[in-house]
Design a protein around this ligand. Structure first.
Ligand code: ZN
Ligand code: ZN
Length: 241
């Protein structure tokens, strides 16, 4: 099944990535994608863009050379209360808000604390997805997080980089998440987490893991344009409603 979207990409704007937005879009086009979410790290990450970057994303074209550009962020969960590093007035204007735990923003806690932080973020109505939940640096209760996400209509990411080059020790944990997602009918999203344009749209490992775990294609956001558009529209209404 062809992949039509990459929902997790970074550019030089994040400070530790190496391609521009135009280079990423060109790579997306070359890989045959119809959608690309650009999701820079939130302002609490060192060298990440200022909040004004996120506030100004409406200047970007909706579509570039046939690729629909989704305005997004990979916001940082800052504490066990699930506070994010970008205020609601910025989040509500973005089309795709992913959240995750990162070292410079929240120190790894106990499994209970990490889980509480993610559960609280999932309750934020502006949040659309939880990224790299299999990171071994932040142990969490997978089932609790998956069930809460499903209830809130929040996606659980299978992060391709976690399976290839980042967050060593993620693979078995991601496989367990995929198994639980299949078992409980949880919606997942695939993200390359590209920090280099050559990795945009490279989602093979994540896709294979999802399919091997038995997640039905209709529960993988990246495979159908209409379903993806409906998801974005439904979340937009919820954010701006
Ligand atoms: Zn991340
Ligand atoms: Zn990322």
């Amino acid at each position: 099944m062809p992949i039509i979207a990459d929902m997790h990409t970074h550019t030089i704007v994040s400070g530790h990535a190496y391609s521009t937005l135009q280079e990423n879009l060109r790579a997306a086009k070359e890989r045959g994608l119809l959608f690309m979410a650009t999701t820079e790290h939130g302002p609490a990450m060192p060298q990440a863009p200022h909040r004004y970057y996120f506030g100004n994303m409406s200047v970007l074209p909706r579509e570039v050379d046939g690729v629909r550009l989704l305005t997004g962020v990979e916001a940082n969960i800052m504490n066990v209360d699930g506070e994010l590093d970008l205020a609601d007035r910025y989040l509500r204007k973005l089309e795709y808000v992913a959240v995750g735990l990162h070292r410079d923003c929240i120190p790894p806690g106990s499994q209970e604390e990490n889980t509480a932080a993610i559960l609280a973020a999932i309750r934020n109505p502006y949040v659309d997805a939880v990224v790299h939940p299999g990171n071994p640096a932040y142990p969490i209760d997978f089932l609790k997080v998956l069930l809460a996400a499903a209830e809130a209509g929040v996606l659980i990411e299978i992060n391709n980089s976690s399976l290839v080059r980042s967050r060593a020790g993620s693979t078995d944990r991601c496989r367990e998440i995929a198994r639980l997602a299949a078992q409980h009918g949880v919606q997942v999203v695939l993200g390359s987490d590209a920090h280099w344009s050559g990795h945009v749209g490279v989602l093979d490992e994540a896709y294979n893991m999802a399919i091997d775990a038995g997640i039905p294609p209709e529960n993988i956001l990246n495979l159908d344009a209409t379903r993806l558009e409906n998801f974005i529209e439904q979340r937009r209404r919820r954010k701006q409603g």
